[in-house]
Ligand binder design. Structure first.
Ligand code: GUN
Length: 292
């Protein structure tokens, strides 16, 4: 069994990005600039946005955080997005989700200029990805593709099961794995809450991506000997063994699944660090106008 070290790969990719930013700076080119919009004070969102700002600083990007109270109206938030769309210095814009209930998230996503949509959530980017055109790809599935690539995990002709059908992970993940190329060329099945015989479906898989958000859902009896298991889950659960009283748990029952695997990602330190790196990669591409 080989542990996939997402932290190590993420640090290596960040180093590559930092070197490129430095050469852009020396050449007098455009320094990538990411803008994050954060509405309200959700604890997890604060943490994510904090990590994104820190990563921007590490690779030499400019970053701007625009904060609004959760009482902001949808119309006012839309107006703020238009301002960022029109700001030529800003290359990438993310609006941290979830948003307060009175704001229609889809409407907000669709207001972002697809050329600045470094989260890859806009239907134009999703559609372009599906038909294999250059596009900003949602950070978590993009980060997982990078892990498969850097660990040279065989994917061609392999059976993959993606558990979870969210717009930002499950669906794009299944799509990317089915594309031509390396990694790719997989035979993909998406499982979800209405799937029948999920255990039997999973037992067929050479690669399982668990992205349903249920702690320790994937157990050893669902995993074939020698499979690769990618764990996207991150749920905070109470723990009396840690100082802060909680720990992060993935969607995989790691201790019993790991011994059966050829490769597996831990939580934390697996997929998580790669997600932010993909956002940095997308922002660099935006500054270089590589996609549009
Ligand atoms: N909320 C949870 N994950 C994400 C993400 O990748 N991007 C944004 N904007 N919000 C999120």
């Amino acid at each position: 069994m080989e542990l996939i070290d997402g932290k190590k790969i993420a640090d290596a990719v960040k180093q590559e990005i930092a070197l490129e930013v430095e050469s852009i700076r020396v050449a007098g080119g455009k320094i990538p600039h990411l803008c994050a919009i954060l509405v309200g004070h959700d604890g997890a969102s604060e943490t994510y946005v904090g990590h994104k700002e820190k990563s921007c600083a590490q690779v030499g990007f400019k970053s701007t955080l625009l904060r609004f109270e959760d009482t902001i109206s949808e119309a006012d938030l839309l107006a703020e997005i238009i301002k960022v769309n029109d700001d030529d210095d800003i290359d990438g814009l993310i609006v941290q989700m979830p948003l307060p209930k009175h704001i229609n998230e889809q409407k907000i996503i669709e207001a972002i200029n697809p050329k600045k949509d470094v989260d890859g959530f806009h239907p134009i980017n999703v559609g372009r990805m599906v038909i294999g055109l250059p596009a900003y790809i949602s950070a978590t599935p993009d980060g997982i593709m990078e892990l498969l690539r850097r660990y040279s995990i065989p994917t061609a002709g392999k059976r993959c099961v993606v558990i979870g059908r969210s717009n930002i992970v499950g669906r794009p993940m299944a799509n990317l794995l089915s594309h031509k190329g390396t990694p790719g060329d997989c035979t993909v099945t998406i499982c979800h809450s209405r799937t029948q015989n999920m255990k039997e479906v999973c037992l067929e898989a050479d690669i399982i991506v668990a992205a349903l958000g249920k702690p320790e859902f994937l157990t050893a009896d669902m995993v074939k000997e020698g499979a690769t298991v990618i764990d996207v889950g991150i749920t905070r659960v109470a723990s009396n063994k840690t100082k802060n009283g909680w720990k992060l748990v993935g969607d995989v029952k790691f201790d019993e699944v790991a011994p059966k695997c050829s490769f597996i990602t831990p939580v934390p330190g697996g997929v998580g660090p790669m997600t932010i790196v993909s956002l940095m990669k997308n922002t660099l591409m935006a500054a270089k106008r590589e996609i549009y």
